[in-house]
Design a binder for this molecule. Sequence first.
Ligand code: NDP
Length: 313
Amino acid sequence: METTRCLIIGSGPAGYTAAIYASRANLAPVLYEGNMPGGQLTITTEVENFPGYPEGVDGYEMMEQLKQQAARFGADMRNGIVTSIDLSKRPFVATIDDDTEISAEAVIIATGASARYLGLDDEKHFQGRGVSACATCDGFFYRKKVVAVVGGGDSACEEASYLAHLASKVYMIVRKDHLRASKVMQERVFTNPNIEILFNTNTLGLFGNEKLEGAHLIRHKGTPQEERFDIAIDGFFLAIGHTPNTAFLNGQLDTDENGYIITHGSGQATSIDGVFAAGDVADPHYQQAITAAGMGCKAALDVERFLLENNGK
Ligand code: NDP
């Protein structure tokens, strides 16, 4: 069976940054890109908040550049999905595409988190043309326009408040008659004159020609007061939560109640020695490219130290 000293799982900013650092430390890392090479940034339009790009950068292009940087130092980056991994003893053994196995002295998990969508066909149709799951990434393109945010949690309130600074009007589409968000976040949206909350409302579909032009909504679904109506919007932002991509771990690492991997101390160590986690999969809170990259760097440095202390075994 093939063996590597450092296996990196995932290819977002965390995974590629870990690969840059691990390869520069002569760890000859092997990285598996997963089912979405480059990660979530490849589906955003432009990244304008990553330091070092004064004019902004296309998300896909930025991830290509990170990949090239890692390749320059010899990181071995491969197509393939880690479908399962045995973390019960070292070396750990990962299975790729339910087929080949590779053993690793240390592992960095950087598989990210996927934004949840409602599951409407129209969401796919208008992806990148009005539909987004990241206000911080895409909100800027909706200056002085009308947008809607779906969800009633802290993320939705945060995204609605953020968008209200840019857009001329923000609808919040909330399926219940109340918000789930913390009181302080609720207060923020209730007192913002640019935000109109549509309670008891669900989205039936989206419409538009080239770009998104509006949403078909339903209020009080399944009750005598049920009513259908449309709103004209340029942007439709999902904020109904993220799901950390940890299914392949099969519960072997400690996670919080939402499934995010718990890291210990100031580094990226997990509940198993030799296994480190970086990026959104271990971060329910910040979920930014720059914070993910920072964690990828820390994880690689942690692996280097771990291998040194364990005689490279
Ligand atoms: P939450 O799970 O807290 O909220 C999700 C929201 O989306 C809920 O209002 C839920 O409605 C709604 N929702 C879920 N599925 C659907 C659906 N199919 N259709 C319509 N609405 C749906 O997720 P968040 O991402 O908001 O927050 C995750 C965690 O991160 C929380 O612990 C939160 O406190 C934390 N967080 C904290 C922040 C802060 O403190 N600044 C900022 C952002 C997040 P319902 O209530 O009906 O279930």
